[in-house]
Every structure is written in structure tokens, then in C-alpha cells.
Ligand binder design. Structure first.
Ligand code: DON
Length: 303
């Protein structure tokens, strides 16, 4: 299969798209990103990487970072983690507070904001934010085999200035005893984690550990790899997760920076980026591109 010509065709197809969605504007630093950008990279488990479009341009990975913190937290706490956060799709927007009250401060899953804040809080306990962010960066750099991956402090501060919703989620969890650090400390760390910048090529490389293939970096057990993939498929696109599973048929995790990490188990890790978002806060053209890619390759977890 000629992966390079498939992604070239996709990049050329989306370059003429008129409806590119809306860039996230609730984080002011992200509001000024040029929506006309598009990149895609496909990394095979052994590190062979195919790219098209703006695949070398770094972007804010935002919620895609939740996959890496989940891997770290599972490594540290194992199944105990599931006393603090559930494993069910929420069917609600990523920043919703509704279920938190009905469900006693236990977030539905690790990928909605409340769940990701609880995960970050868990790895923060007993450590300095700097240490935790350093460990996270090293994990990502190791999996990508690339040391040139950084946190954009300006983006982190921009989100901190407008972080009322996430702080509310953290305080709400604290009121139920489901937060071990001060909400400012946990959210500050979480905002920095979200502000990691990577290009499509770096992100595709970093995702290889989730393919479960023996040639990929083995950073977590095979069983955990499968479980993180299951959560990505069911919860990785929030209230758009069912639609993504239907259209693409592969586990994926999106971020409001417009990036999506998609895993084709045993085959490849794919990163796609286009800053304009659809109604669910997931990349509009990114979703379209990955749907086309899945169709053209025939790759699916459903056979
Ligand atoms: O917490 C937030 O709102 C952002 N830092 C991340 C949200 C996000 O990426 C949702 N994804 N589509």
C-alpha cells in the first residue's frame, strides 16, 4: 500500500475545502492561529514516517496530552486509578460540569476535562509541578524519539487567565474529596500539560507505543495499550465519540488545538492537524481527513 500517495491525495483534497470549522477562541492564544493549515503524518511502529501538508509545524496538542498522562498515571497507580475516575462515555461536551454533581464528584472518564484534571492531580501528589511536567515531557520525547518537544508557556498562561471553567470543575471535585492538591496547583499543571507543542510528525511518532506492535517503543504493558485504545474509541471525542467511531472505526483522541491522534492497532500511529473545530470541539478537516484515510487504507478495528 502506498501510504505516501494516499496522504498526498488527502492533503490536496482538503486544501480546497471551504468550511474549515472555527478555531478555539476561549484560549486567546489559540484564537489567532491560521485556520488554513493542515498536516498529516503516519508513523509505522519501526519509526518509518510518511507526512504531507504542514506536518512539521508545531501546534498545541491540548487534550491529546490526556492520553500520555493517563499512560503515566496507570503506570503509577494501576487499577486503583479507577476509584477516582470512571470509564464511560459522557455524552456531554468536554468541559461539562453536569454529571459531576449527579455522580458525586467522580468524572465519567479520563478524557473529559474533569477526568483529566483528576488524573493530573493523581500524578501531582507528592511531587512538584515542574517534576511532573518534566516526567511527562520525557515520556513524550522518549516515545517520539525526539528531544525537541516543549511546553509553550504563553499558551499555558493564556489558558490560566481564562481557566474559570476548569477551576470550577476542580473545586467541585475537591468538595467531594476527589482532589488531593489545591485546585490552582492541579489546574496550573494541567494547563501546562495541555500546552505541549508538537508537529504531526512528532505526535505520530509519539503515539507508536499505543500500536502494541513489537517494533514500537514499549513504554507500557500490552494490556494497558489495549485499554487506553478502548477508552480512546469510546470517549476520545467527547459527545462526538460515537460519530468518530462510526466514520473512522479507529481509536482517536482530539484536542482543541485541532490535532487528532489516531491508532491503527498493530499497524501505525497517525496524527492529523487542522485548527478549525466542529460543533463538538474536534478538528473538522482532521476528522474528514482521517475518515478518508481509513476508507482508502481499509484500516479499522472492526475487521
Ligand atoms: O481544558 C481545556 O479546555 C483545554 N486545555 C483542553 C480541551 C480540549 O482540548 C478539548 N478537546 N477537544
Amino acid at each position: 500500500m502506498d501510504i505516501q500517495s494516499i496522504i498526498n491525495r488527502i492533503a490536496s483534497d482538503v486544501s480546497t475545502a471551504s468550511d474549515r470549522g472555527q478555531v478555539a477562541d476561549y484560549i486567546p492564544e489559540l484564537a489567532s492561529i491560521d485556520p488554513n493549515q493542515f498536516g498529516i503524518s503516519v508513523a509505522l511502529p519501526d519509526g518509518t514516517c510518511f507526512s504531507a501538508g504542514d506536518a512539521q509545524t508545531p501546534f498545541s496538542i491540548q487534550s491529546v496530552s490526556k492520553v500520555f498522562t493517563l499512560a503515566l498515571a496507570l503506570g503509577r497507580f494501576g487499577d486503583q486509578l479507577w476509584t477516582r475516575v470512571g470509564r464511560e462515555p459522557s455524552g456531554l461536551p468536554f468541559n461539562s460540569i453536569l454529571q459531576l454533581e449527579q455522580e458525586n464528584g467522580i468524572p465519567r472518564n479520563p478524557f473529559i476535562n474533569a477526568g483529566a484534571i483528576a488524573i493530573t492531580d493523581s500524578i501531582l501528589t507528592g511531587h512538584e509541578p515542574k517534576e511532573v511536567l518534566g516526567e511527562l515531557l520525557r515520556f513524550v520525547q522518549t516515545s517520539a524519539e525526539d528531544a525537541d518537544i516543549h511546553i509553550n508557556d504563553t499558551v499555558a498562561h493564556s489558558e490560566t487567565e481564562h481557566g474559570d471553567r476548569n477551576l470550577a470543575l476542580a473545586h467541585f471535585m475537591a468538595s467531594y474529596g476527589n482532589l488531593q492538591n489545591h485546585p490552582d496547583r492541579t489546574c496550573g499543571t494541567y494547563f501546562h500539560q495541555c500546552a505541549i507543542e508538537m508537529s504531526c510528525q512528532q505526535l505520530a511518532m509519539a503515539g507508536r507505543f499505543l500500536t502494541g506492535h513489537p517494533d514500537a517503543p514499549r513504554l507500557i504493558s500490552l494490556q494497558r495499550t489495549r485499554r487506553i485504545n478502548a477508552l480512546m474509541l469510546t470517549c476520545g471525542h467527547y459527545d462526538g465519540s460515537g460519530d468518530f467511531a462510526y466514520r473512522v472505526g479507529l481509536p482517536g483522541k482530539s484536542g482543541v488545538g485541532g490535532g487528532i491522534l489516531v491508532i491503527a492497532p498493530n499497524r501505525a500511529s497517525i496524527a492529523v492537524w487542522s485548527p478549525g473545530l466542529n460543533e463538538y470541539g474536534n478538528s473538522q478537516l482532521g476528522t474528514y481527513a482521517i475518515e478518508k484515510f481509513a476508507q482508502m487504507t481499509g484500516w479499522s478495528v472492526f475487521g
